[in-house]
Design a protein around this ligand. Structure first.
Ligand code: PXP
Length: 251
């Protein structure tokens, strides 16, 4: 028997569309309200150095107006640390950030970045903010996260999602399965996300030691065709069936 799998809805790309016209529509805070009504367990937003989607004002408004836990994705910089401490989100997910990347390209190098990450994890933890580290499904990175005192890791599912169905995707899924088991074995809460869609979510949701998935781009894209409410409900349903088919059948 496995526990309920939480869904964090990433609303970054509502802001991407808004910013294309430098106006106020569509409003990511309205999307967060809708996500809450559709059954999201949390809202995720990535405040990038270049503010290409979510802006500082969005973070302030999300904290003020949305009751769901806010998971702030950010780089481990002094600027972002100050913002997190000022707004005090429920959680911070530390991610690597390159100015030129289209999206977060890989996991953090926790092993090589201990000196930078350690003090940031400590300060956030002291402020009562739950810290997760976005990492590749690599046991060495998980061990380093544990040693630095991070309570949570989020496994990067991007490379699994990019592979077409077949042996290579299966191999990447097995890597995620092994990493999620290892994370739980060493006492880390384990999340996953990046690139997940209707087609790829079930196999990940079925990994029993995962407790949260963070999904954004696909849901916002799908919302164009079927609406955000329906897109989130369908994703939730796929996650629930994958996690516990018998319970879903009985309900
Ligand atoms: N988790 C993390 C740490 C991310 O950086 C992102 C992308 O911002 C996501 C999850 C969501 O990825 P996607 O938008 O591809 O669903």
């Amino acid at each position: 028997m496995t526990g309920r799998l939480r869904l964090g809805v990433n609303i970054d790309h509502v802001a991407t569309i808004r910013n294309a016209r430098a106006g106020r529509h569509p409003d990511p805070v309205r999307a967060a309200r809708l996500a809450a009504a559709a059954g999201a367990d949390g809202i995720t937003a990535h405040l990038r150095e270049d503010r290409r989607h979510i802006g500082d004002q969005d973070i302030e408004q999300l904290r003020r107006e949305i009751d769901l836990p806010l998971n702030l994705e950010m780089a481990a910089t002094d600027e972002m640390l100050a913002i997190a401490l000022a707004h005090h989100p429920h959680a911070v997910c530390l991610v690597p950030e390159k100015r030129t990347e289209v999206t977060t390209e890989g996991g953090l190098d926790v092993v090589g970045g201990r000196a930078r990450l350690g003090p940031v994890i400590t300060e956030l933890g002291r402020a009562g903010i739950r810290v997760s580290l976005f990492v590749e499904p690599d046991p060495e990175q998980l061990d380093a996260a544990r040693q630095l005192g991070a309570p949570v890791v989020e496994l990067h599912t991007g490379s699994y999602c990019e592979a077409p169905p077949g042996p290579e995707r299966d191999r990447r899924l097995e890597r995620l399965q092994r990493a999620a088991a290892h994370a739980a074995a060493i006492g880390l809460e384990c999340h996953a996300g990046h690139g997940l869609c209707y087609e790829t979510v079930a196999a990940v949701a079925a990994i029993p030691t995962l407790v949260e998935l963070n999904i954004g781009h696909f849901l916002i894209g799908e919302a164009i065709f079927i609406g955000l409410d329906a897109a989130i409900r369908r994703m939730r349903a796929l996650m629930s069936v994958a996690r516990d088919p018998v319970a879903v059948f009985r309900s």
